[in-house]
Design a protein around this ligand. Sequence first.
Ligand code: LFR
Length: 466
Amino acid sequence: MSIRAVAAVDLGATSGRVMIGRIGEGRLELELVSRFPNGPVEREDGLHWDFGALYEHVVAGLAEAVRREPEIESIGIDSWAVDYGLLRGGELLAEPFHYRDARSERGVAEVHAIVPFTELYQRNGLQFLPFNTLYQYRVDGRIADADTTLLIPDLIAFLLTGTPVAERTNASTTGLLEVASSEWDLDLAERLGIPAGILPPLVDPGTVVGTLRPALAERIGKDLPVIAVGSHDTASAVVAVPLTNSNSAYISCGTWGLVGLELAQPRVTDAAREANFTHELGVDGRFRFLHNVTGLWLLSESVRAWEAEDGASIDLPELLAEASAVRGEIPLFDANDPSLSAPGDMPARIAALLGEDAPASRAAFARSIVESIAAAFADAVQAASALSGREIDSVHLVGGGSLNRLLCQATADRTGLPVLAGPVEATALGNVLVQARALGAAPATLEELRALVAATHEPVRYEPRG
Ligand code: LFR
């Protein structure tokens, strides 16, 4: 067996990256090719993504990847969920909105007036998040002009290949996919005034979407196929969680902390709805039974505010080391409080929640943030266990948060369970694995793929302290 190579594009809400993945002879490795910043940009009509810049970074990163590794055989793209571009005649009608834009509030009220949330949950199995795509569509004035809608990774795949598809894992985050059939719920779309004709054909992870358009093949330096992966970043991350049994919970922690279990069958119950547990579709038809907890967003937004105040950058590892040394009672706040969702002065908003308990020093403030996130993780792990009837014996924490030792230890302490931290690049690894499997360069089952991750990326273990 030889080493095979693919390119993974992984776009997160605070940064994007292009990586080379190499797999074979028992190895699974990533090489970072480029990393670029991402985030909300304020325009006249609200919060958007600078999609033009992102796309340029993707193409430039792919060209550099092929220059470094001419043996690359395919491209896979994943990103955050729910956001989309509207097209007409193959042209993007407008810059995609950011899911944190306030317009979706109106969408929520309108959608729930037509289809109550209890019925929605029964149909799509999705936890309530105010930005789920169906709420955004409802208030998007351009939808009537569009002939196609594409979620972010599908939009990039379309620009690269010319083929419009909807990859299923990410499509499940729109709210328009039936949880029972994993097909578009055309009846629901019609009731909400979303033209069914704009929804592209669904494809599963592992499907070849198309090959690069000639001009792009020239720019990137090779004629490559784009393979659909778990294009929802969380779907890709969960592929690469080195789960060894069904009694492990996972937390995929970046901007968000996605806390839950993998299920073979949905559990659309009243209790799951009330606990706001979702059924996002995973690779190979699995379900991610999880709850969104606001994650490192709270810390990155606070650091951004402090840096603006100081006019100088902050050394995050140093701040976290100081935060670890803070002793005494740590005040907690609800990490999921809706007031913390929009970008802006995060320390002031958190201080408003903490009231007179708000710590004075930045180190103590950072400690409160980390402990509050860990407390919310522990609540969600407990809810996942109660709702599924599974006794959970360990927690895998993957993504950027796995490097945050304070967070990992606090999560172990607050769940009372061992935390197995890493891999940090689970999302990119999941992206690589699904491409490699489609190319015949990786084993067939998720369990075998995870065993390969476990063998090549040993997790760091945090024991709970009494
Ligand atoms: C994580 C994530 C979450 C989704 C949120 C918004 O990056 O994809 O799974 O709920 O971003 O899209």
